[in-house]
Structure formats: C-alpha cells, structure tokens
Write a protein that binds this ligand. Structure first.
Ligand code: BTN
Length: 238
C-alpha cells in the first residue's frame, strides 16, 4: 500500500483521477484540508473545519471493468459501520452507501471509474468522514449531519481512525472482489434499517416511491409498488 499526504488540496478524488497513471494500485491519497470536495450526484462535500477525514483509495484491480466494482462502496460502508461500532455507536446504512448515526449523516463515499477511450484504467473511491467537526459549521450543509467527536464526546485521533479504515478495507478486499455483494449481504442488510419502510428515491429526475422490500444479491434496492417490484441500481433515498 502506498500513502500520499497533502496539507491542502482541491479534492483527493480529483487528484487521484488526474494522476491515476502515475499512482500505484492501492495508493491512499489523504488530505488534511479539502477546499473543493466532491460528493455523489454532482453535489459538493464541504470541509467542516477541524481534523476531518478526506481520503481516496486508488484501485487498479484489472484491465476490464467488472460489475462487482460498483459494490465496493457498499463494502466500504460496512467497513465504516464496523469502525463506528468499535467506538460504541449504532450506525445504520442508507442505500447505497451513506452511514448515519441516529438518522444523521456521518460519512459519504464517492466512487469514480477512470476510463481512457474505452479502456478501463482504475477506480478512485473517496471517503469523507466527519471525525472532529464543529457543530457551528453544520448549517453549511443542507442535511442532518453529525460528527464522531460529538457522538462519543471526545476528540478523535485521525491517524488511528485512518489506519483502522485502511487495514479493515484491505483485509477482505481481494475476497470481496471474488465473492461480490453476497459476502457482505448479511452485514449490510442488518444495518440497512430503511428496509420495510415506505420510501421515496430520487432517480435522476424521477421520484420512485414504494415499500423498501429488500437489497438483492447484487446490492440493488428492490422497491415494491402496487404489487410490482422495481429494482434500482442507483439513486438517493429522500
Ligand atoms: C457523498 O456522500 O456525496 C460522497 C462524499 C464523498 C466525499 C469524499 S472526501 C474525499 C474524497 N474527495 C472528494 O472530493 N470527495 C470524496
């Protein structure tokens, strides 16, 4: 594993994508401050001040894209849950990969594939975790959010958290690429507490509402509406 650190950067994902050719497989790009952080669905990821985590995993698992790569963010959400549980918390997963504490978002994951022409070059999976955010800055974000320091009532050691994250991620990474979502299915579903609820999902410009029935063996969300199953591969639960 290679490790690259920046005091300040626009976005660790952007850096990793622009420099992918030079970066080895399993490089960790870490920044102390990020001034143009990117989120899912064209949103931004705001630096909330304090020692929060901004990190991107550079992965070059093969010459061809495989569908299991799309499930890596779900694998990572389970890894994050296990770490938060070690801090005594009870996290939940909001499909596909947000981790919440008491319904408040504590971390976000953005996976981007790098393609040149039609050749797959690799993946950049960015993770942002509110580790030591100050609640005064929460009004900068239009969502209910929280931070690990506020949940456990003390400052969080960023290095310990990052080491735990990389260790746990790479511990079963190769096995996950072989086995796919079924390897984490139980761990994921047991924390996905929206299952069984009436939900609405924003899918591009469309809103799909119904009963959250399950997460299938490919990690997709199955919604039941008027007796019909709708299978979603992407979207945002509202
Ligand atoms: C989301 O929930 O919308 C995903 C947020 C991902 C944020 C992280 S912070 C490190 C990495 N660099 C970025 O610009 N974004 C990701």
């Amino acid at each position: 594993m290679e490790y690259l650190f920046f005091e300040e950067i626009d976005s660790t994902n952007l850096y990793a994508k622009s420099n992918l050719d030079k970066l080895a497989d399993r490089t960790i790009v870490h920044a102390a401050k990020q001034n143009s952080g990117r989120g899912r669905l064209q949103r931004s990821w705001i630096d909330l001040g304090g020692a929060n985590l901004f990190v991107s995993f550079v992965l070059k698992p093969s010459e061809e894209f495989r569908s299991v790569y799309s499930n890596l963010t779900q694998y990572l959400s389970v890894v994050l849950c296990k770490i938060f549980e070690d801090y005594g918390l009870t996290p939940s997963i909001k499909w596909p990969n947000d981790v919440l504490i008491d319904g408040k978002k504590i971390s976000g994951i953005l996976s981007e594939s790098v393609v040149c022409g039609n050749k797959f070059k690799g993946l950049v999976i960015g993770v942002g975790v509110n580790l030591n955010a100050s609640s005064e800055n929460f009004s900068l974000v239009d969502k209910e959010i929280t931070s690990l320091n506020l949940e456990v009532g003390e400052d969080i050691d960023l290095k310990i958290f990052l080491n735990r994250l990389t260790d746990l991620f790479f511990k079963d990474y190769d096995k996950f690429l072989e086995q796919g979502f079924r390897m984490i299915s139980k761990d994921y579903i047991s924390r996905a507490n929206f299952i069984g609820n009436q939900i609405s999902v924003q899918v591009f410009n469309e809103k799909v509402s119904g009963y959250a029935k399950n997460i299938n063996e490919d990690g997709e969300l199955v919604i039941s509406r008027n007796g019909n199953d709708i299978v979603l591969t992407m979207g945002d639960i509202l």
